[in-house]
Design a protein. Structure first.
Length: 137
């Protein structure tokens, strides 16, 4: 069954090629992730290099179409799912005490996607607290 994967910043900072790991499923990158990557890309560490590498990957996708509507991902020379950059988020979907923070914006994107489709939505993160919040919601 096809799924929708929402990626957190820390996944891409750890492995900028992670986007190619989801077979024929669709991958969604919240705009808040792009903004966070932008703050890391200036660094000289591995994290900075990974942020720059992923930005180049997305820029190559952008040259093939619209990231907001989805661009085919090619893995092992065959087309798999689509990659999307999601511009919208809605903190109103979260409990009132949730602050405007990147993690909460990412959660709201996952909730929006869940409401838009019957396909399973999976949040991919290395952050245990974000996984706990997602499970609670």
């Amino acid at each position: 069954m096809k799924k929708r994967f929402v990626l957190d910043t820390n996944v891409l900072l750890a492995n900028p090629n992670a986007i190619f790991s989801f077979e024929d499923n669709d991958v969604f990158i919240p705009i808040s992730v792009i903004e966070e990557l932008d703050t890391f890309k200036k660094g000289l560490s591995e994290i900075g290099r990974n942020a720059r590498h992923f930005s180049r990957i997305l820029d190559e996708f952008r040259n093939r179409g619209s990231l907001s509507t989805g661009i085919p991902i090619f893995s092992n020379n065959k087309e798999s799912g689509l990659v999307h950059v999601v511009l919208e988020s809605d903190l109103a979907l979260l409990p009132a005490h949730f602050e405007r923070k990147p993690d909460n914006l990412i959660l709201s994107v996952a909730l929006i996607l869940k409401r838009q489709s019957t396909l399973p939505v999976v949040l991919i993160t290395k952050d245990s607290n974000l996984r706990i919040k997602a499970d609670a919601l």
